[in-house]
Design a protein around this ligand. Sequence first.
Ligand code: ACM
Ligand code: ZN
Length: 765
Amino acid sequence: MHTFKKLFALVLSFMIISCKTDEKTYNQEINITPKPMELSVRDGKFTLKSNTIFVVKDEPVRRVADFFISKIQRSTGYSLLKQQDRPSSNYIDLSIVADLKVNDEGYTVDVAGDGISVKATTPQGIFYGLQTVMQLLPAEIESPDVVKISWTIPNVSIKDEPRFKYRGQHLDVCRHFVDVEHIKKQLDVMAMFKINKFHWHLTDDQGWRIESKKYPKLNSASTVRTESEGNIYGPYYYTHQQIREIVAYAGERFIEVIPEVELPGHAVAALSAYPEYSCTGGTFEVRNVWGVANDVFCAGNDATFAFLTDIIEEVIPLFRSDYFHIGGDECPKGRWEKCPKCQERIKKEKLKDEHELQSWFIRRIEKVLIQHNKKMIGWDEILEGGLAPSATVMSWRGEKGGLDAANMGHDAIMTPGGWLYLDHYQGDPKVEPVTIGGYTTLEKTYSYEPVPEGIDSDKAKHILGAQANVWTEYIYAPEQTEYMAYPRAIALAEVTWSRREQKDYRDFERRIANQLVRLDGHHINYHIPIPEQPGSSSGFIAFIDSATVELKTTRPVKIIYTTGMEEPAARNSKEYTAPLKFSESTVLKVRSVLPSGKMSVTRTIYLDKQTYAPATATEAASDMKVEYYRGKYFKASELEGKTPDEIEHVESMRKVKYRIPDYREVYDDDYCSVVLTGYFHVPENGIYCFSTAVDGLWIDGKLFIDNEGTVRKNVKSDKSIALAKGYHSVKIVRLGNIIGGWPSQWDAVSVIWKKADQQKFAELR
Ligand code: ACM
Ligand code: ZN
């Protein structure tokens, strides 16, 4: 085609696409999220135009108007003007009304053909009212580039206010760092959903991420670590200037930034620079293994408190929040038990034990915060040994901490792991990228009710709200924090803003389709459900005659597939509507498609037509040989030709869950590889499934499962094979190393195998 014609065709198709945008299914109906308190829809509509006027009378509202004028400009291309008097039509009128019957974050929005009126008692209320106006517009209003569509809003009346005043999102930047640009991006999105607290976890064992002018070794030594694989991570930290920049940016979006400086535990990064504040004197290295460290700040040494006071006094002026989070979680007491200074402190302060010492520690820090008019927040462990008088408790180990604190008359913020830890899996671990564990779907997060059962009726007011946490042990890049946070953080927004009786998961699910298009406008790498199989999502299915593949997703989305090696896309794929049956070897590629047309990653499922692999022995010894190799190994091939340090014999692989012997019963050593060889008995001809996190599994001399070089935190491998009745040889290798901060011995401990047509892991004989 002639270039001009091509261009013309392109422009034409773009026009067709863009004219149709406002008819997109995801833009139909009302999609405001979180759901407002009261809403009524009337006939008629208002259309935002290039000459729509913002009416602003109150000075503090001007900045709010400017924020939305520039937001609207990006996607519409309109340069909207402000004026003080309301024109007869085509306006967005913002006014502060002191006696409006909503709380100080609430607002009303009235849309009529002539214009929009937004009222609130505070600029923050006006800000939320305008976010609601954005949510009434087509989702493309969040686009970073100009979109040519009709910007219409249905005529509605809305009265809205939040149920809870604490609506939080947390981010751990210690395990993996998140740069300033990505933090701002998340603040933009939080503001869209009226989330108003950003809890910034700034210090931990694996990294100190906030500049100190007074203790410069924190900036050098504590911000960098050597990973167990040998690569250097860091130095990463925020300068005071950057912290101020983030705090100001958040402030423009009515988000309060709450810093967390961890004590007395989770302190190894700091101790690596200043070991004198530990019990043992060190030395320490910034920790490169996740979990809980034994070394903590020494509670017996007054110099520790001088150091921590200096740090707190340096951090406080950078933030505007009334709150200061001091951590307080997961502080092992072993070092304190053996430290003469800590024991002396217990005696002198007449404390009962190390738990009371922790409590005494927190109270001493609380005094520093009170001097600076700051309110202390701590994780729920601060209840142990007695709660500091003014503390607000953040309940993470379930709801009990929050419940107890509230019943004692303390404020509490609910962040229970089972619902609100967004580092958990949100789909089948076999198809999702590695995470720390858990299983918390969008629906589970949405189902959370912040006021715990059993609370005294007059104490419910102490539940300030709830927060979703993103810990980054297994989140290696900022894009992955987005993948874990969204859309689950939007569920948290509705949990904390909307009334309990208003919640309706099916309706929320419908609105999410629209909200995800808004996130596209911010280039957010949100989670899209990946097609799974019921039970366990195997990527390699052996069969003799035929195999059936059933697919599902964690929420209803379209699934498409191809069977010819091609990536599924709109033009070449079929839509999945019923289980697929295969009688020949096939490479099945599946992915899901959102109403916007955006697709998930592609999953490949290999279907392999086999014949029963013959038994390789008729009789076998009833035990397996186990060889132990001390030291770090990353590849099974490195063990070849080595002499084992120890050999023993254990029971053969008869059980459905075959456990790898624990070398720590043999050695007190961090690193040890285990190689098992022997035979296992297959009771009858059949298809057998194997699932394991070991590094390698060989069947009849062939490598069958290969996990070498992966983080073993989840069991990715789930494969089947056709085996004939009789004895088959097996070799299992579990390497002693740490990959991705996870020691292999913590999870590569078993091989599970079962006959494919058995639902349960029934015992094989
Ligand atoms: C926590 O997750 N350790 C607060
Ligand atoms: Zn000590």
